[in-house]
Write a protein that binds this ligand. Structure first.
Ligand SMILES: [Zn+2]
Ligand SMILES: [Zn+2]
Length: 145
């Protein structure tokens, strides 16, 4: 006889098809609805009231699960904050290393670049990241003042 704990572990190991929970679906919907990226904190605030309420730890745990299933992408800022967006959204940013201000780039500079076929055959490509870091005008002026 299989114990309940083992059954749960078997379910967790079975990753053949993405099977997302109601909470994960709610987070995914929220990220799709928003045109910009959202942090865990922002998502937490959106679900703060009402029947959909979930704690911050729950939000992060479910975001991590969505990342693992290849449904959302995450981007780490120099201040330690992590921003999330649906995986199919192709956006890039310029980030100031001093104040953390980010500016969205128009278009994707690497869209036309292709992963060598030999590698892509053994790898299902989900998304790519490209980040530019530097000093924004304000910080640059402050440093030179
Ligand atoms: Zn700055
Ligand atoms: Zn891109």
């Amino acid at each position: 006889m299989v114990r309940k704990k083992d059954q749960i572990e078997i379910l967790l190991m079975n990753k053949s098809k993405p099977d997302i929970t109601k909470r994960q679906q709610q987070l995914l919907n929220e990220l799709k609805r928003c045109t910009d990226e959202l942090s865990g904190q922002e998502l937490h605030r959106k679900f703060h009231n009402g029947e959909k309420a979930m704690g911050l730890t729950t939000v992060y745990r479910n975001l991590q699960a969505l990342v693992k299933q290849g449904l959302i992408r995450s981007r780490h800022l120099p201040n330690g904050e992590v921003l999330y967006a649906p995986v199919e959204r192709d956006i890039h940013h310029l980030t100031c290393v001093s104040c953390g201000e980010t500016t969205r780039l128009q278009g994707c500079p690497v869209k036309t670049m292709h992963v060598p076929q030999k590698a892509s055959k053994r790898f299902e490509l989900l998304f790519h990241t490209l980040e530019y870091f530097g000093l924004c005008q304000n910080c640059s002026q402050e440093m030179n003042a």
